[in-house]
Design a protein around this ligand. Structure first.
Ligand SMILES: *Cc1c(COP(=O)(O)O)cnc(C)c1O
Length: 401
């Protein structure tokens, strides 16, 4: 059976019968992609400004990535972590030489954060420290530890009791954070830019303040860079826009260009806290994912995509700031590289369907925010076309008010 034999409705019928309905899905089956374009089973193409929910950081079917995956698959797909794996060593070198410390590999963002939570608890255990502070509107994943770290009550409903030991603070409220620290606290975890939370960018002094609090009280500072990492913001990692270096950083989403891959990076002095036997991931760091990660990173470097992101982000800012002047439904623009939040005075959800009708894919989050996470290699022309449609959608929404 080939992959794209079925029309969208036939695939939907299969899902209705056999797939657990835990996702709200658009009624379209996607079958093929190239660059920032993706095609549905009926042959209609879309310009994707949110490819792979941020995972497809090089868009679809980037040739160097495809070739690396094909070659690696033909050589060795997976061996367990009881052996040394060249690709794992090389990808760790790639990431850590652009950041710090040492890497542990897993398969997803939630898993990377679980590793960080365990590292923080292991580090604190000698002093009886286990509590962590996380932030309102943060998002850290769906496994129970990462979910508890996710300070959004809507995701907790019906799942209690959650993990003990988490306290929630408001972003940019340093005194509030300080008041939650006690001698059982082991870590503070934050996204350097909240993604699912609506592209909310903390004040730089706030992140520096967290660093200072962590230094004063002997806490680990954990940055969840699952969405912001791997060049998304125009630096390899979002913390590099700030004066702060975290003790721990978690990565996933775009890390291997759309192949499942997560990582936790920690400073050398804490790496030993994750002792043999204390943590593991069977698939983590497998040859295929690592080859995909290396190819993704090397492509970003070879094609100068960090600078491309910075240039494109400036273009997006100029375009949208101009539009904002005549479109009062735009309350705030929050842009850092190819991480773009358009916060509206009205609900953003209708933008998704309206844009899809015009052949553009985007995301709505946190009730009023339109979120775009374009591929790092999106062309200026595609970005221009896409923004034109986004703007026409917003104009139509403004008329409906
Ligand atoms: C998506 C996301 C996660 C969860 O990643 P999964 O791979 O879905 O487990 C965690 N943190 C942040 C910041 C994310 O954006």
């Amino acid at each position: 059976m080939s992959i794209a034999n079925l029309n969208s409705q036939s695939t939907i019928d299969l899902f209705d019968q056999y797939v657990i309905p835990n996702y709200r899905r658009y009624p379209v089956s996607l079958v093929k992609g190239e660059g920032s374009r993706v095609w549905d089973a009926e042959g209609r193409s879309y310009l994707d400004l949110f490819p792979g929910w941020g995972c497809n950081i090089l868009g679809y079917s980037a040739p160097a990535l495809v070739k690396a995956i094909q070659d690696q698959a033909a050589t060795l797909i997976h061996v367990p972590n009881t052996w040394y794996i060249e690709q794992q060593g090389r990808f760790a070198e790639f990431l850590c030489s652009r950041s710090f410390g040492k890497a542990f590999f897993c398969n997803s963002g939630a898993e990377a954060n679980e590793a960080a939570i365990k590292l923080a608890r292991l580090h604190g255990s000698a002093e009886g420290r286990f509590r962590m502070i996380t932030f309102e509107k943060g998002f850290h994943g769906r496994t129970l530890g990462a979910l508890t770290a996710t300070a959004q009550p809507k995701y907790h409903e019906g799942l209690g009791p959650l993990m003990a030991g988490f306290r929630y603070a408001a972003m940019n409220d340093l005194e509030g954070v300080a008041s939650l620290i006690d001698d059982e606290t082991c870590a503070i975890m934050i996204e350097p830019i909240q993604g699912e939370g609506g592209v909310r960018i903390p004040e730089p002094e706030f992140l520096q303040g967290l660093r200072n609090l962590c230094d004063q009280h002997g806490l680990l500072l954990i940055f969840d860079e699952v969405q912001t990492g791997m060049g998304r913001t125009g630096e390899w990692f979002a913390y590099q826009h700030t004066t702060v270096q975290p003790d721990v950083m978690t990565l996933a989403k775009g890390l291997a260009g759309g192949v499942a891959c997560g990582a936790m990076i920690t400073r050398d002095e804490f790496a030993g806290d994750l002792r043999p036997g204390m943590h593991a991931s069977t698939f983590g760091g497998n040859s295929l994912a690592m080859a995909a990660g290396i190819a993704t990173g090397e492509t970003i470097e070879r094609e100068g995509l960090l600078q491309h992101v910075v240039d494109n982000a400036e273009f997006v800012r100029q375009q949208l700031e101009q539009v904002q002047q005549s479109l009062p439904i735009i309350k705030e623009l929050r842009i850092c590289g190819m991480m773009i939040g358009i916060d509206l005075t009205i609900p953003s959800a209708p933008a998704v369907g309206k844009a899809m009708e015009r052949g553009v894919l985007l995301n709505a989050t946190q009730d009023t925010v339109v979120r775009l996470l374009p591929a790092l290699n999106i062309t200026r022309e595609e970005l221009e076309q896409g923004l034109e449609i986004v703007v026409s959608v917003l104009e139509e929404m403004a008329e409906d008010v």
